[in-house]
Ligand binder design. Structure first.
Ligand code: FES
Length: 145
C-alpha cells in the first residue's frame, strides 16, 4: 500500500507543514493557501534537510530594480545553501530541467472506507461517524512534469 493518511486537514493550517516518515522516507507536507504539497526532506544538492527551510513565494519582475512576490505557488528554500524548489513540481528554481526534489501527489479525502491506516492486527470494528477531512500522500504516484 502506498497511500498514507498523514494528518487531519485542520492539523496543517495554511502556511504550515508537517514532517512525516513514510516507508522509511522523511517527507514534508505543506499547506500553501489550502493547497497541499509533499516533497522529500532530502535536498538534491548535498542532502540537506530541505523541508526545514523557508517557505516563500515565486518572485516576478517586469524590469530591473522592481520585483514582487506572486500570489500563487510555493517556493521552498533549503536551509543549507539556499537552493530553491517549486513545491508544485519539485523542480529547482535555477536548473529546473536537471535538478529536482522528489515530490508526491497529495489529496484531501473525507474519512471513510478508503482512508485507513493498515496495521498487523485485526480488531472488532464498529460504525464510526466521519466529520473531518484528511490529508493523504501517495508515495506511488507521480506528479505531471
Ligand atoms: S544541501 Fe540544499 S542547497 Fe545545498
Amino acid at each position: 500500500m502506498t497511500r498514507h493518511v498523514v494528518a487531519r486537514v485542520g492539523d496543517v493550517p495554511p502556511g504550515s507543514r508537517v514532517l512525516v516518515t513514510l516507508d522509511g522516507r522523511e517527507i514534508g507536507v505543506f499547506n500553501v493557501d489550502g493547497e497541499f504539497f509533499a516533497v522529500r526532506n532530502r535536498c538534491p544538492h548535498q542532502a540537506g534537510p530541505l523541508c526545514e527551510g523557508i517557505l516563500t513565494r515565486p518572485v516576478s519582475s517586469t524590469r530591473p530594480g522592481e520585483y514582487a512576490f506572486t500570489e500563487e505557488g510555493g517556493i521552498l528554500r533549503c536551509p543549507w545553501h539556499q537552493w530553491e524548489f517549486d513545491l508544485a513540481t519539485g523542480r529547482s528554481w535555477c536548473d529546473p530541467d536537471r535538478v529536482r526534489v522528489r515530490s508526491y501527489p497529495v489529496v484531501v479525502e473525507r474519512g471513510g472506507a478508503d482512508v485507513r491506516v493498515p496495521g498487523p492486527y485485526t480488531a472488532e470494528t464498529f460504525p464510526v461517524a466521519v466529520e473531518d477531512e484528511y490529508v493523504v500522500v501517495d508515495l506511488g504516484g507521480r506528479l505531471p512534469s
